[in-house]
Design a protein around this ligand. Structure first.
Ligand code: CP
Ligand code: NVA
Length: 312
């Protein structure tokens, strides 16, 4: 295979900060490339498109999937990942994002960052000479949603017209799902308690896209007849102190067998993980036959290899 990018798809050198920066054709290209890379990996065929290249991976928050899938992914592409905890970097002692970006650009061919402030990632990307990948901010989680779209396409054979219900907190994953689903001409319904809606700017911008975004407080209205049920934790990283208050606010926003029975018979259940069984989702549902959460987690690897191979 080659990394030939068809007319209209120009990804080399681009940052991957938000799915809203990519056209439907570019997202489609990345998903198809991810599927091809998955196939090569399964067959044991080498695909060293990034031989000798290095990805710096800055983590200011915990991670299992993102860290391991990026590190494994760059290795499988013939390159090397560098795990950099922000605590160990001079960044943790006050060195600026600007200087960090300028310096890292002299050593590595790509930077992945997981942090709190989305603006900080934009600042890093602005200052860096190499592509920057958003590995999760408080606002967005685009790598997750690229893998999610790939998973939906694998399971349902298409994206266009697919109906997704996201139930729970209007957080980073919800925001990126709104970006990704509306770009790909899907319907995304987001059910949250009052005061926990997704980002208003993300919702407003998504209205320009081909798909539909529907916000509601009614779980039943969201779940009725959908192809995909999706949820995430009630308290994200950085919100640990709000845990008790959120547990009360979200009590009715759980994916359980009642909610599952409202969706299409062949609906799939998704969760970006880590999950809290008994809170946002019951064990019965997440460990049940309609759950695809581990395929979804696996696809992080393939989707991120497609991102790295395309932009680095
Ligand atoms: N879904 C996800 O990003 O998982 P990690 O926090 O383990 O990276
Ligand atoms: N919304 C969660 C996603 C974790 C992958 C968080 O930000 O903690």
């Amino acid at each position: 295979m080659s990394l030939f990018q068809p007319t209209g798809v120009e990804l080399r050198g681009k940052d991957f900060l938000s799915l809203s920066d990519f056209s439907p054709a570019e997202i489609d290209y990345l998903i198809n490339l991810a599927m091809e890379l998955k196939d090569l990996q399964r067959k044991g065929e080498p695909h060293h498109f990034l031989r000798g290249k290095v990805l710096a991976m800055i983590f200011e928050k915990n991670s299992t999937r993102t860290r391991v899938s990026f590190e494994t992914g760059i290795y499988q592409l013939g390159g090397q990942g560098l795990f950099l905890s922000s605590r160990d970097l001079q960044l943790g002692r006050g060195e600026t994002i600007y200087d960090t970006a300028r310096v890292l650009s002299r050593y590595v061919q790509g930077i992945m960052i997981r942090t709190f402030s989305h603006e900080q990632v934009e600042e890093l990307a602005e200052a860096a000479d190499v592509p920057v990948i958003n590995g999760l901010t408080d606002l967005l989680h685009p790598c997750q949603v690229l893998a999610d779209l790939m998973t939906i396409k694998e399971k349902k054979g298409r994206l266009e017209g697919i109906k997704v219900a996201y139930i729970g907190d209007g957080n980073n994953v919800a925001n990126s799902l709104i970006n990704g689903c509306t770009k790909m001409n899907m319907e995304i319904r987001v059910a949250t308690p009052l005061g926990y809606e997704p980002d208003a700017n993300v919702v407003e911008a998504a209205k320009e896209n081909a798909g539909n975004v529907i916000l509601t407080q009614d779980v039943e209205e969201a779940a009725k007849g959908v192809d995909v049920l999706y949820t995430d934790v009630w308290a994200s990283m950085g919100q640990e102190e709000e845990q008790a208050e959120r547990q009360k606010a979200f009590a009715e926003y759980q994916i359980n067998s009642n909610v599952l029975s409202l969706a299409k018979k062949d609906a799939i259940v998704m969760h970006c993980l880590p999950a809290h069984r008994g809170e946002e989702i019951t064990a019965e549902v997440i460990d049940g036959p309609q759950s695809v959460v581990f395929d979804e987690a696996e696809n992080r690897l393939h989707a991120q290899k497609a991102i790295m191979a395309s932009i680095m």
